[in-house]
Design a protein around this ligand. Sequence first.
Ligand code: NDP
Length: 454
Amino acid sequence: MTTATVDLINPATEELVGTVQLTSAEGTDAAVARAHAAFPSWRDVAPGDRARLLRRFADLVDRDIEPLAELEVRNSGHTVGNARWEAGNVRDVLEYYAAAPERLFGRQIPVPGGVNLTFKEPLGVVGVIAPWNFPMPIAGWGFAPALAAGNTVLLKPAELTPLTALRLGELAREAGIPEDVFQVLPGKGTVVGQRFVEHPLVRKVVFTGSTEVGRTVLAGCAAQVKPATLELGGKSANIVFADADLATAAATAPDGAFDNAGQDCCARSRILVQRTVFDRFLELLEPAVTGFRVQDPTLSSAQMGPLISAAHREKVASYLPEGAPVAFRGSTPEGAGWWFPPTVLLPSSPTDRAVVEEIFGPVLVVLPFEDEADAVRLANDSDYGLSGSIWTQNLGRALRVARAVQSGNLSVNSHSSVRYWTPFGGYKQSGLGRELGPDALDAFTEVKNVFIAH
Ligand code: NDP
């Protein structure tokens, strides 16, 4: 049931990593039918047993952190340090939601004339469409809570980065999760992903990727009134006030923008700096950027690896036309690999393309602001609203600005976005719904209300 194959290339060496068969539309439909048939028995697995299976799955991921990380380094060019964290995140998210089956509480609501109960019931088959930028964690944020809530899951990894997802599917089977309960279907978005959207037996779609494709997924789901969780693009602001610890703000700004080579929907790629400290901040930022270690990603010292593909490097480079306002840049290794140096731009206008659009590469812009109101106005001057940072030593200001910025995930004096204990998702065109945290189960269950007359 496969149509074609895809060659996977190591982004750091341009060497062939492997060849994977792509699932066809017919193959997808057959997988949906199997997942649908497996649903009643998975739903009826006793909560404690379902929890045990998920914990066993987490244990196997933990056992295989190193080989999973190595696979991701080869397939995606992630630094080995990041890849270890990503595999560990899958383990943590599985463990976190392994606690859910036994705690999927309903409510007893006081009503006249009887007893009223609510139940949280699984939806059926859930389709998870993952992107190439964080193949392991983003898949896990979908499949772990979905399985915990009693749904069967189909996971479509990005065509470019299917290897760790396929391995996670094998580990799930080794843990004892039935084959048809969790299936990994490598393939094209326009084929496999599209069938998730169109197929009436897929009752929920979880999509992470570009805002453009997210819009078509949402429109397709609307035709069947099918719920969708969307995690889309970002152009997040890192707001640095004059009273901040400037040295720390500047030293950590590259981590906030260039982690995963900037291929991160949470990248703080717009730095807004209060005008009175603008020059001083740039002086401090320059050594942090030029010293950012872009290296062979297998080295534990590497802070950044290559971009995912030649085509993506071309797209990122298009934001630096002749005469682009480059302030300073880092360096990259010579030779094979889709490298791109960390780059800082000083645009003359907040309407420049590099200021407005998600570049999804190691390019950040720095803009000045006058006062608190101006900072909030500039931060919110975007179609996106995924994350952001606020640097100040004034707690009142930190809270005021955090409440005023229209964004789903803000951090004060740090660049933290994704913590599996807390909800993650975007405002505006950055998405719809929330993943992770205690409420993620709500996205994978229907609430049923039952009234029993006295
Ligand atoms: P896409 O949005 O095209 O891909 C994301 C996922 O959706 C992939 O698994 C893809 O499959 C799948 N997909 C593609 N088309 C459809 C469709 N019609 N129906 C259902 N699923 C589909 O992102 P790209 O990889 O093309 O990246 C383009 C840009 O998107 C990036 O430069 C970046 O700006 C942004 N992006 C944002 C991400 C985020 O985390 N917010 C993640 C990835 C990208 P396949 O790859 O096999 O085609």
